[in-house]
Design a protein around this ligand. Structure first.
Ligand code: NAD
Length: 394
């Protein structure tokens, strides 16, 4: 097994999920590479050192530029806030490193485009951590769609609801609250939550042609943690849009951080000519399935407990009936990346796939600002649907 030295940027929420994925992947998947937790990079040396000790990183770096230039590092993993993605990814690509990057790829389409160009010019393996594709129940949904079980698809419905920014005295900016600062995040729930919904949607149902959106910023001013001043809020607190998919189906998408009672309610539903599918992140190991071709007397929604060895990814885990959770989606993604690497390919979603998602979020924000339907730009290549980009271990 070849060793792959990881340089991790950021030790926050995603720094932990990625470190866990790299630490666990060889225990459960037969992949041709062994990720080595080589160096973690963050600006606070004491906290980076504490993280390194806890997770087993061999060394610590405080400037990502030195990490990118280090001859010891094979792969740069970007798990830092959105405003850092472009400069780190472009520098890493130019230094010939493989790059894995958190979502959204850029703060907007232009940034994501520059990143994609740099990655493709360097010809380095790359992937973006849209992890929900690798929830076994969601991967099973994709298999059922690909097998034609739903028939023609008429509707796609997705929402992602949270409630953590309702308090009007919650500040914006800085640690933990950079998502409320538009300069760092790029946008609000559109780039943060809807980007996930859009990535999954295009993976399951193909490209989105046009959108009509509305957004709202409910709290217009918040104290900024870094300046100490009350400043305008530039992010969208809530975002909802209608969409037309290339395959003719109609869609509704909604995300907000003002839905009291909801913490991370990501749900999706797809209605086809013959069958429907529904999934809910709060119950992530179940796929709801209704098939009109079932015998009439027995017809109804089935709640499929996706834990059996012939269901995606599950043969790598425990025994049938025992479910897995959120952190495993990142392990699956690492496994697929390393498997594809063994075949000198990039696993999906690649930078180019994620660029397409940024084009959709750009169109959503443009539509909301200008109160009109907006056609979505094309990232030229259609979003990943099989071939080199197929899920390897699912
Ligand atoms: N795939 C998912 O489901 C998912 C979930 C959450 C976050 N994200 C994405 O992951 C990224 C990080 O989000 P998070 O929730 O982990 O944030 P976080 O605030 O928990 O952690 C961010 C980390 O980045 C570090 N950092 C900030 N600026 C840096 C710099 N210049 N150099 C080095 N390190 C720096 C911070 O010290 C911190 O360790 C964001 O792009 C976010 O959109 C994705």
């Amino acid at each position: 097994m070849k060793k792959l030295n990881i340089g991790m940027v950021g030790y926050g929420f995603m720094g932990r999920t990625h470190s866990n994925a790299f630490a666990q992947v060889n225990h459960f998947f037969d992949v041709p590479y062994q990720p080595i937790l080589k160096t973690v990079c963050a600006r606070n040396p004491a906290r980076a050192q504490a993280f390194a000790e806890k997770w087993g990183y061999a060394s610590v770096e405080t400037d990502w530029r030195r990490l990118v230039d280090s001859p010891e590092i094979d792969l740069i993993d970007i798990a830092s806030p959105n405003d850092t993605h472009a400069q780190i990814a472009i520098a890493a690509a130019r230094a010939g490193k493989m790059v894995m990057c958190e979502k959204p790829l850029g703060r907007n389409g232009a940034e994501a485009e520059a990143m994609t160009k740099a990655i493709e010019a360097a010809g380095v393996p790359n992937m973006v951590w849209y992890n929900y594709r690798r929830v076994p129940a969601v991967t099973l949904a994709r298999q059922l769609i690909d097998e034609g079980r739903l028939g023609k698809i008429y509707h796609y419905r997705a929402k992602f609801l949270q409630d953590w920014t309702i308090a009007t005295d919650l500040p914006q900016g800085g640690e933990g609250l950079w998502r409320l600062d538009v300069n760092v995040a790029g946008s609000g729930v559109t780039g943060d939550l809807l980007a996930h919904c859009i990535d999954t949607a295009m993976w399951l149902n193909g490209g989105i042609d046009e959108v009509s959106a509305m957004t709202e910023t409910f709290v217009k001013q918040r104290k900024h943690n870094l300046t100490g001043k009350v400043e305008p809020v530039g992010i969208d607190d809530a975002s909802a849009f209608l969409a037309r998919f290339h395959n003719g189906s109609l869609a509704t998408f909604e995300a907000t951080r003002y839905a009291r009672g909801h913490k991370a309610l990501y749900t999706l539903e797809i209605n086809g000519e013959h069958a429907s599918i529904a999934w809910d992140l709060h119950d992530l190991h179940r796929l709801q399935y209704f098939d009109h071709r079932d015998e009439g007397r027995l017809r109804g929604w089935r709640s499929i407990h996706v834990t059996d060895s012939d269901q995606p990814y599950m043969k790598h885990w425990w025994v049938p009936g025992l479910q897995i959770g959120y952190e495993h989606t990142f392990i699956h993604q690492a496994a697929d990346f390393l498997t594809a690497l063994g075949e000198t390919q990039s696993a999906s979603p690649t930078f180019r796939d994620a660029l397409q998602t940024d084009y959709v979020t750009d169109a959503v924000l443009d539509s909301a600002a200008n109160k009109k339907w907006v056609k979505v730009r094309s990232a030229e290549r259609a979003p990943a649907r099989g071939g080199a980009d197929a899920v390897a271990n699912g």
